[in-house]
Design a protein around this ligand. Sequence first.
Ligand SMILES: Cc1cc2nc3c(=O)[nH]c(=O)nc-3n(C[C@H](O)[C@H](O)[C@H](O)COP(=O)(O)OP(=O)(O)OC[C@H]3O[C@@H](n4cnc5c(N)ncnc54)[C@H](O)[C@@H]3O)c2cc1C
Length: 455
Amino acid sequence: MPDLDALLADLRAIETETDPVVVRLKSRDFFWFSPILKAALEGRRGDLVIRPRSEDEVLAALAACVHHRIPVTPRGGGTGNYGQAVPLAGGAILDLTGMDRMISIDNGVAEVEAGVTLMQIDAWARGLGWELRLWPSTKRMATIGGFVAGGGAGVGGIAWGTLRERGNLAGVTIATAEASPRLMSLEGAEAAQANHAFGTTGIITRVRIPLAPATPWRDLAIAFPDFDHAARFGLALGLADGIAKKLCSVIDWPLPSFFKGLEEVVPEGKPLVLAMVAPSGLAATRDLAGEHGGTIVAEQDTLFAEQHHDQTPFYEYAWNHTTLHVLKRDKGVTYLQLLFPPDRLLETVAEFRARFTDTAWLHTEVGRFSGRVTMSALPVIRWQGAAALAEMIATCEAMGIQVANPHVSTLEEGARWKLVAADRLAFKRRVDPWGLLNPGRMTSYVPVSEREMAG
Ligand SMILES: Cc1cc2nc3c(=O)[nH]c(=O)nc-3n(C[C@H](O)[C@H](O)[C@H](O)COP(=O)(O)OP(=O)(O)OC[C@H]3O[C@@H](n4cnc5c(N)ncnc54)[C@H](O)[C@@H]3O)c2cc1C
């Protein structure tokens, strides 16, 4: 049983919260998109929230938690989908949102504290002629630390790939959970140790992220006669190197009928492509859409929409926001995360639709993966139980579609090879020998014993 009173006494100089209502709220994320995770994680909670405002306070908080052997679950905006910010072993929730300083932009690389939201970074960078290369559709709430540690794909992927693509993350500073916690800078390839590690390999205090030149993006909604025409257009836009773009989502009917604010302009029964295109590419995009039978049904200024709470930038219908819009009206659905093979892209997409006509509504995101244009997808699927889900995953894999299962909460289960790489395990041993950081998420890590530490 952790000695919370002793911990709180040690943390006197740092903001803490033990109100059960606040602690319960800060123990949750968006795991409830998955009926499996909902059953597994509902009710799991930490014992207190610690809210550091500087790197010194992060180090002091970690020193106290290590001293009392109290688990620490880091948290940003709490928008993760895999329950990865839910404390599995109680203890402290380290809320990083107080770490919200922009530090510098140097040679097109921004350095910011980990708790800044992606929206804040983008607005600040735009004032200096730059913008974020990538952001999740949760840009308004998600933090950069949470995006690096728990997310990694999204708007911008059509131009820049994912956050794991070489060059998209310049570096991070982490705080370790050693007996005497310290800051470590991880630059370039080294930063991969913290990338999508759910905070198990150090608390990210700063992120250094390469930017792109600022562009005044235009949102387009384009209706198509059928899904095949929409998908062909989506791929053609992805391959059109002369058109600067940030988003291209191909969305099957009836999903657009769930999009509050857009449902009235989409013709009944018609699939939709949502795109973000630079003003210089608008005329070419209109021509390309026309050649594929598309009709532009709505257009707006993306940045104006995201700055006004009564408006919706079109990326807030894309990525996993599609599932959210459906869940608001139909609780009987969930989703999957797929990556289609670039070699047989449109054929495999068509096979998926034909095979799962009754159980899935397809929604693909055109993106670059390792230099090739392909489509990932977050189909909304009717929930028919865990066995049916497992069968669907197996069928997809047999069709050559990669599945990143979003109904699991550990790094091992979520990884392609179902394991954590040996160098990451070795790194964890250095920075978190007792396994206090987000315990239960890197299940193959065996903590160093007290006797070994003493020797
Ligand atoms: C509707 C919806 C749409 C979404 N769309 C996308 C999308 O387009 N792309 C995408 O990638 N994801 C998406 N997500 C998932 C999520 O919003 C993003 O991954 C987001 O970037 C997470 O940021 P956060 O600050 O909310 O992180 P949190 O949920 O707070 O944390 C995520 C993980 O990172 C860890 N963590 C947080 N901060 C730190 C830190 N400073 N140091 C170390 N570890 C830390 C947490 O312990 C947790 O394991 C979506 C989720 C929802 C609900």
